[in-house]
Design a protein around this ligand. Sequence first.
Ligand code: FAD
Ligand code: NAD
Length: 327
Amino acid sequence: SKAPIAIIGTGIAGLSAARTLHDAGQPVHLFDKSRGSGGRMASKRSDAGSLDLGAQYFTARDRRFTDALRQWHAEGWVDQWAPNLYQARDGQLTPSADEQVRWVGKPTMSAITRGLLGDLPVTFSCRITEVFRGEQFWTLVDASGASHGPFSQVVVAVPAPQAAALLPSAPKLAAVAASVAMEPTWAVSLGFATPLSTQLEGCFVQDDALDWVARNRSKPGRDGGLDTWVLHGTSNWSRQHLDLSKEAVIERLHGAFAELIDCVVPAPEFTLAHRWLYARPAQAHEWTALADARLGLYACGDWCLSGRVEGAWLSGQEAARRLLENL
Ligand code: FAD
Ligand code: NAD
């Protein structure tokens, strides 16, 4: 039988590519260092239920993505989220309703990548450290020193700094990936036994520390008894406080939240902090995907486009398209 295509990364970019290749009759095998799929759009299971600590929602502007969304909606993986939106500027909180359609995975963000993964072959808890080509086939080496292969082609679908380390076989691709700066985001979740007495369900903040606040239970199908909130630090604040302890980050963002919101904020029952080191590219790009078709090496991810879920999905589509075109 044919050597499969290796896909490194089971975020939305990797799974976008994987599905298209599989549907075109190509065997694939996915790898991820995490225990499950989703990457930055995974939801985290916690004592306070499942929490969206990374991507909060997504919008769709490209028709191809809108078409995919329609299918995901029919599968029951996604639903619209129409939060009661606010914005905060200079300490002033104001309602900020709009007409934008926003989508979330249902009942958790992970439902989308889990659905796309289906029963495709995948190896989790496997961090790939090396990608090299022999005379005919590719071999991957993982952090424990084990080899995987042979593979006919490789699609690298991880954040740019991590991609750069896997692309030395194609120095041009490695250089492009290495040129992308990615910004961190500190994410904090707070859970309250008594629901906060506010109408607010989502808030765009232009503050020193906070960038975004969301009420988790306002999203469709969320579980958990507590009133859980997700707070995101700005890129700047997160970079400046990269090495702060989780306890201190929780305290600082909890403080900023209490100051921002229009109600009393008691001590939370539940707290959690997560540091996303490579949360978003510092700027958007227009590469769509990177390819060395002669070698059979491809790279995709949100950093090739807009740094959003839609961009990541489109990038995966393009990597798959170019690979199929070169078979
Ligand atoms: P990722 O999701 O990062 O997937 C890469 C995968 O590769 C991961 O699963 C990782 O574990 C794995 N991996 C990495 N290195 C290796 C390795 N060496 N070996 C094996 N596996 C490896 N976008 C929006 O559209 N709307 C939002 O509201 C939004 N909010 C966000 C908030 C935060 C805090 C963050 C962090 C991101 C947010 N985004 C948002 C961006 C969105 O989450 C990303 O654009 C998108 O999920 C990126 O998908 P990806 O597949 O390119 O990368
Ligand atoms: P979107 O159209 O809802 O938001 C884009 C931006 O427009 C917002 O960041 C906000 O500044 C502004 N905005 C939109 N609606 C607003 C309203 N009603 N009131 C006030 N301001 C409003 O969604 P999108 O373009 O799909 O962007 C996705 C979101 O994901 C953005 O908010 C972005 O900041 C966020 N994101 C965060 C990270 C991270 O690492 N923290 C990474 C990628 C994306």
